[in-house]
Design a protein around this ligand. Structure first.
Ligand code: HAM
Length: 410
């Protein structure tokens, strides 16, 4: 029979990689807790129009990368390509705003984009992300960015922070007019997609990955020259706060994000260590999105980090304790040995009971495969072997053995 393979762009995460995955997520969760964020667990499937109306009709994500299908009830749905749109939908639908104040949420899980797979880029990938709803002040931008920096620091990951501002609606209007004029002049050098974007959504051209377009973009007018006083002031404040917090950044006036909902602050944490897929975490402000999706006028901001990309950069996992392995010397001692394992686990000791029956030699081989720290041989005169020193000690009963073992392990 032919073997069935996993679908292109999808991965099995197991062994050391699964440990890395958990380590990244647990580390991020600890920091979310420290910053007093609450978890929100969001659905993987949403009405497709949610992403069209938030991420944007002209973006690569919506145009080329979404997994869209009709469910059996004839609904047009999509596997979520990102988490922000769902978080905003939930914020509105669950009336979270009715409680007043502001809201700090975090999430974790799989996202789906039909991109060309390569190192650090998959069709199912995983993000950790956080969103803050209901705060306008740039202190929230600074705190969010600092939180991302803390997560990277905790994981031992070095990445440079690039920031930019896309300005508010007013700033953008004038800029878009000038940008369109420029793009029309150089239209012949642009790719087909970008030519279509000139009228529909010229800002998206700035994010095009095609090399000929990138050359044209390098010469394009930059948004910072068109910012309103309000947007400029807000950007200055953000920089001041980042300086105050000791968070280093690089101002990149050409940083635009691949999603349409951003306003004012945008940022990316980038490393050169994993080739072209170097953005490990990214985000920004999206002050008009909640209203655009039918909610009350609510400023908001957030970020997301690619867990697989973080995993590629994590060098050292915390050292894990090896298990104590319990072996019944002969099968008559199965029950006694199972009970020993139970007692050890009650004491919080990681315990492997050798599940395969067979000769003592074959069971010992299995114990070695688990990388045992200690082995307990259960018989009338139970024995404890320290696998590091090779020392073996005999006891009158299992209770005594367990007492000695607990001393050594806990
Ligand atoms: P994004 O830049 O599309 O933003 O994705 C955030 C991060 O997800 C990227 O920086 C990258 O680390 C990871 N990522 C994206 N696509 C892939 C892929 N195909 N394979 C592996 N990793 C990938 C967002 O998703 C926004 N929702 C972030 C945000 C939250 N903005 C405001 N709030």
């Amino acid at each position: 029979m032919s073997e069935i393979k996993k679908v292109r762009g999808f991965q099995d995460i197991y062994g050391e990689n699964a440990k890395k995955y958990r380590y990244v997520v647990d580390t991020a969760r600890d920091i979310f807790q420290l910053y007093n964020f609450s978890e929100i667990i969001l659905p993987y499937v949403e009405d497709v129009s949610l992403f069209i109306r938030s991420v944007g009709e002209e973006t690569d994500i919506v145009q080329k990368e979404m997994y869209v299908f009709e469910d059996r009830g004839g609904r047009k749905v999509a596997l979520r390509p990102e988490g922000t749109a769902s978080a905003v939908r939930a914020f509105i639908e669950e009336r979270l705003y009715a409680k007043g104040g502001y809201h700090k949420l975090f999430y974790e899980g799989a996202m789906f984009r039909y991109e060309r797979p390569q190192a650090g880029r998959y069709r199912q990938f995983h993000q950790i992300g956080a969103e803050i709803f209901g705060v306008d002040s740039p202190v929230s931008d600074a705190e969010l960015i600092k939180m991302v920096r803390d997560i990277l620091d905790a994981l031992g990951i070095k990445a440079r922070l690039e920031i930019n501002t896309l300005g508010d609606f007013e700033s953008r209007k004038e800029y878009v007019r000038v940008l369109k004029e420029y793009l029309k002049k150089v239209e012949n050098s642009l790719c087909e997609d970008c030519r279509k974007r000139i009228d529909r959504n010229p800002l998206r051209v700035l994010d095009c990955k095609v090399e000929t377009c990138r050359e044209v973009i390098r010469e394009a007018p930059v948004l910072i020259d068109f910012l309103s006083d309000k947007s400029l002031e807000r950007f200055e404040k953000l920089k001041e706060y980042l300086n105050g917090l000791g968070v280093e950044y690089i101002f990149n006036p050409r940083l635009v994000r691949g999603l349409d909902y951003y306003t004012d602050t945008v940022f990316e944490f980038i490393t050169d260590k994993i080739g072209a897929q170097g953005t490990v975490a990214a985000g920004g402000r999206y002050d008009t999105l909640v209203k655009q999706l039918g909610g009350p006028d609510t400023p908001a901001l957030g970020f997301a980090a690619g867990i697989e990309r973080l995993m590629l950069l994590v060098e050292n996992l915390p050292i894990e304790r090896k298990p104590v392995v319990v072996i019944p010397v002969v099968s008559e001692f199965n029950i006694d040995a199972l009970k020993v394992a139970e007692k050890l686990r009650e004491k919080g000791i990681k315990t492997e009971f050798v599940l395969k029956e067979g000769s003592l030699k074959s069971r010992m081989k299995l114990a070695n495969k688990t990388g045992a720290e200690f082995v307990v041989f259960v018989s009338e005169k139970p024995e404890l072997k320290d696998m590091e020193t090779g020392e073996q000690e005999q006891f009158d009963n299992v209770e005594n053995l367990i007492d000695v073992l607990v001393e050594k392990v806990v």
